[in-house]
Design a protein around this ligand. Sequence first.
Ligand SMILES: *[C@@H]1O[C@H](CO)[C@@H](O)[C@H](O)[C@H]1NC(C)=O
Ligand SMILES: *[C@@H]1O[C@H](CO)[C@@H](O)[C@H](O)[C@H]1NC(C)=O
Ligand SMILES: *[C@@H]1O[C@H](CO)[C@@H](O)[C@H](O)[C@H]1NC(C)=O
Ligand SMILES: *[C@@H]1O[C@H](CO)[C@@H](O)[C@H](O)[C@H]1NC(C)=O
Ligand SMILES: *[C@@H]1O[C@H](CO)[C@@H](O)[C@H](O)[C@H]1NC(C)=O
Length: 376
Amino acid sequence: MATRLALAAILFTIVVAEDEPQPVNQSDCGCYLINGSVPTYYSQRMFFDFRDLEASVNVPDPLDSVTANSDASTSSDYFESEGFLGVWELQGWSRHVDHDGSTVTMVNTPNNVYIEAKDDDDDDATSDTFLTMRTKRFPKFQTAAEISSNSDYFYVSLRMLARTIGAPGAVTAMFTYRDSDELANVQESDIEILTKGRRDKIQYTNQPSYSDDGDEFPEATRNASTPGNRLWSEWMVHRMDWTPDTVIWYVDGEETANIEFQTPTDPCRVIFNAWGNGGSWSGNMSVYDEAYLQIQWIEMIYNTTDGVEASKKRSASLSVRDDDDEGCTAVCSIDERDEVGEVMLLWDSGAPRMGSWVGATWAAFFTAVALILLAW
Ligand SMILES: *[C@@H]1O[C@H](CO)[C@@H](O)[C@H](O)[C@H]1NC(C)=O
Ligand SMILES: *[C@@H]1O[C@H](CO)[C@@H](O)[C@H](O)[C@H]1NC(C)=O
Ligand SMILES: *[C@@H]1O[C@H](CO)[C@@H](O)[C@H](O)[C@H]1NC(C)=O
Ligand SMILES: *[C@@H]1O[C@H](CO)[C@@H](O)[C@H](O)[C@H]1NC(C)=O
Ligand SMILES: *[C@@H]1O[C@H](CO)[C@@H](O)[C@H](O)[C@H]1NC(C)=O
């Protein structure tokens, strides 16, 4: 009996192994399927890795005048590279005190976005370098940091391995954004961390969460706990899946919020920032204090409005693609993997017929033998 069971177990293992996702080159992927409560297909992928950028490390001193901040140049060549500039734009805009209950001028500056090396006494460090976005309070203004995509995305599963550290009075955020002159027409899905707040609470919102008249829309927002009440000052994967019907948020793969209300319906920018304005929402940072959003990597799988064009182009170069298929034939995952940055092939329904036929036949054969052994 024991032998038969062992044999059956081995045969079942062989069958399961047939279906194990395998690492592949992303150029072999026709699309990506996300896991979680709303499995969704996206066509393209980008990965920005800040974990090993020793040559770009430079932590510029904060600048104590508004003009110097606005005029500042980038902190290292990394932010001038084609790979970065092709997708992102460091922001330099300012906002004066007349806005949204702010009490100090806020100045975005490229000087607050830099590659930093881990500290020798940083016991939490899990990478040699990371990207830091800094916000610092000066007596008359607050400097801030913002990275915006320079084009729109139309649905995205956006992830970052990040932590927020520093003084109360800052907001760090990852969000999608579509601007409008009218508040009611803004489209935006947010992850926001308030450094004045509890470290196990994250605010998730499909904006606007209030009207011009000051009415609040509680159904637009969740003040959620992190899984296991872990602290956002520790490294965690923050994830936001913008799908056609709803937006779902995760921390380290565990769902933290799901909001259907006001799910954005038009293409949006992708933005990261760290800021404060002395207002009642962000809080009032003490003069000369600082806070930081630190990011080891950013990964996004996404569609664009010209995604249809792009996927046609890709399919031309992929012999495996079956254009009658609604999704795609070579389906990949960035969830089912061992190593960050890897892309796994889940299945390829257009793979050479012989291969999949042989695979399926062997799987059926082994399953049958295993069942016979068990029933014996
Ligand atoms: C992935 O494929 C592309 C295009 O075929 C190629 O340029 C690149 O070197 C490949 N990457 C790896 C890691 O094999
Ligand atoms: C979120 O909830 C916590 C406790 O449940 C509370 O202390 C905090 O003020 C809330 N934050 C917001 C922005 O409502
Ligand atoms: C989904 O993938 C994430 C990694 O992206 C993982 O942490 C999580 O456990 C997975 N969820 C399920 C239900 O497999
Ligand atoms: C914000 O803090 C500064 C000192 O850090 C103080 O001078 C100022 O009055 C405060 N503003 C508000 C609105 O509390
Ligand atoms: C993204 O584009 C692909 C190819 O056009 C499509 O199959 C998929 O459903 C799209 N995803 C979303 C979320 O719209």
